[in-house]
Design a protein around this ligand. Structure first.
Ligand code: ATP
Length: 309
């Protein structure tokens, strides 16, 4: 069962077509990450899926409800935490959560129970009675997400959840996201940190100039682009030349030889055996496998590349 299904989403602002037919499928209980450069249309997509704005064309359903025909049902099933937090600085953490419980008509006892449970789950009990204005960035993000969870949403839109957080707070947030997904929630994540998508996302879509230009698991996307290589370092230029003759398809970079490789152990062993059999000594080696940064740079912002696919 899909948590989100979008087909041919289109949206223009004035004469500018921002989304040019976006298709997305997100399975229930998974993390789906939408990547794209600034202005690619990520926020516009999230706004359509969370019923904040309407699409000009195409259709979408979230948690089984059509966003255009039944926006209230969609809103009841989703949570949205954005770059602009819903936290009220004048209130304490506990008061913020209780206010959300009131807004969701949870009732006094249920509301109190839910607030306490979330304070504990998000490691905010010690700070629960301090005004939110005294919270660190990481605590504020945790409170913001906790507030989203008061309504027990099935689908959560997380817009750049760790921007500006230190590495420890970022990891704490990742752990929270993993626990949410393990409990069956679906996460739609937009992020500037490709490492974050790599860590968390089951599937990733790359949005470029209003279209999805690639979609798959992080590994599938990495395999789509060239760039993996072994870097062999030499101190003696004669050894470098011998190695280059042996390997053939390699480029020189000073006293280093860059040999294209799929990064597999078998390929590395074959390369080293060949050098060894021919008594060519190598001083050191390093492996480079493409990361999501390489994927992103290869796939976005270059109209020629997009046109080739
Ligand atoms: P970022 O990473 O910078 O948040 P994004 O991928 O989320 O970017 P969007 O915010 O969806 O991109 O914007 C896509 C394009 O639509 C941009 O060129 C933006 O200027 C334009 N745009 C967004 N909202 C409006 C609006 N209300 N009126 C006019 N143009 C808009």
């Amino acid at each position: 069962m899909n948590a989100i299904k979008a087909t041919g989403l289109r949206r223009s602002y004035g004469d500018t077509e921002v989304l040019k037919g976006v298709d997305l499928t997100v399975a229930r209980g998974t993390v789906f990450s939408l990547l794209g450069a600034n202005g690619a249309g990520k926020t516009t997509t999230v706004k359509i899926l969370s019923t904040l704005i309407r699409a000009d064309g195409g259709s979408a359903s979230v948690a089984g409800h059509d966003v255009a025909a039944d926006p209230d049902a969609v809103r009841a099933a989703i949570g949205v935490t954005g770059q602009f937090s819903a936290v009220d600085n004048l209130m304490t953490g506990r008061e913020n959560l209780k206010l959300m419980a009131d807004l969701h008509h949870l009732g006094k006892a249920d509301g109190r129970r839910r607030a306490e449970q979330l304070l504990e789950q998000f490691d905010l009990l010690d700070a629960a009675d301090r005004s939110a204005s005294t919270y660190s960035g990481g605590m504020r993000r945790r409170l913001d997400l906790a507030m989203t969870l008061v309504g027990s949403p099935q689908v959560i839109f997380l817009d750049e959840p760790t921007t500006g957080l230190d590495p420890r707070s970022r990891r704490a947030m990742w752990q929270i996201v993993r626990e949410l997904v393990a409990s069956g929630v679906t996460i739609f994540l937009t992020t500037q940190y490709l490492e974050e998508a790599d860590e968390l996302a089951d599937r990733i879509a790359v949005l470029d100039q209003g279209r999805v230009v690639a979609e798959g698991t992080a590994d599938e996307l990495k395999r789509r682009i060239p760039g993996g290589h072994v870097l062999l370092q030499f101190t003696d230029p004669r050894h470098l030349e011998s190695a280059q003759r042996l390997v053939g398809d390699a480029s020189r970079d000073g006293l280093a030889l860059r040999v294209p490789s799929d990064g597999s152990v078998g390929a590395l062993k074959a390369l080293l055996d060949r050098l060894d059999d021919n008594a060519v000594p190598v001083d050191s080696l390093s492996m480079h496998t493409p990361d999501l940064d390489d994927v992103f740079l290869a796939l976005t912002g270059n109209p020629d590349k997009v046109a080739q696919r």
